[in-house]
Design a protein around this ligand. Structure first.
Ligand code: FE2
Ligand code: FE2
Length: 222
């Protein structure tokens, strides 16, 4: 494990660890909060932090250490970023009324915590021993971070993929829930239609019987 406190503030690895601590703190606050409003604010803040962190790792830090740290570890990290990005894209797309929203964010938090554990437990200790100018790398990361905050974060392939699916690629549980909600709504509509039809059907029945009686009376009189 890394001795976090021994690294200078501008060191690239110290910057990554600081980001990790910030998102872990947001995950903890989300779990403790009982307020839907506060949870929503935390989700927005965490998604923004994670997107920026992923960009600086993917564009700057990962390429700088990939070869020496080893492809197996780096490829696994890439795949973990991809999975996190899919969940982030779904959370960005999904409205606040989606009842799977908090569950999805919890899964994202669990997945990111696991990823951070692997980065801090394996990748970063291996990277720390390399002959890289980590202060210069840190400066580059900081400059990119400022640029992303100023100009916005470019849309990734996962956002495009989720957008193209128009919600059809959502989790099986969410799909099942939507189907159940659709079935309940159809049942309610049918019940409402039946309720509407019943009085008029009765009225129609009465008027039919009335017409029949009138016809019978007329026949009897003539
Ligand atoms: Fe990281
Ligand atoms: Fe990462």
């Amino acid at each position: 494990m890394l001795e976090k406190l021994l690294l200078p503030e501008k060191h690239a690895i110290a910057m990554l660890i600081k980001d990790h601590d910030r998102v872990k703190d947001l995950f903890g606050r989300f779990e403790k909060s009982d307020s839907a409003e506060e949870k929503e604010k935390i989700i927005a803040e965490a998604l923004n932090e994670l997107k920026i962190h992923a960009v600086i790792e993917e564009e700057i830090f990962y390429p700088a250490v990939r070869k020496e740290v080893g492809l197996d570890l780096m490829n696994e990290a890439d795949e973990e970023h991809h999975v996190a990005r899919v969940l982030i894209a779904e959370l960005d797309r999904g409205g606040r009324r989606n009842d799977h929203r908090h569950a999805k964010f919890t899964v994202l938090a669990e997945s990111v915590r696991h990823h951070i554990k692997e980065e801090e437990g394996e990748m970063l200790p291996r990277a720390k021993g390399l002959s890289i100018d980590f202060d210069a790398l840190g400066q580059e990361m900081l400059a990119r971070k400022k640029e992303l905050k100023r100009n916005g974060i470019p849309e990734d392939a996962e956002h495009a993929m989720v957008a193209a699916l128009k919600g059809r690629g959502d989790s099986p549980a969410a799909r099942a829930h939507r189907a159940a909600r659709g079935a309940r709504s159809t049942t309610r509509k049918q019940a409402a239609l039946t309720a509407k039809r019943t009085p008029s059907a009765r009225r129609n029945g009465r008027s039919r019987r009335g017409r029949a009686r009138r016809r019978t009376n007329n026949t009897t009189r003539s």
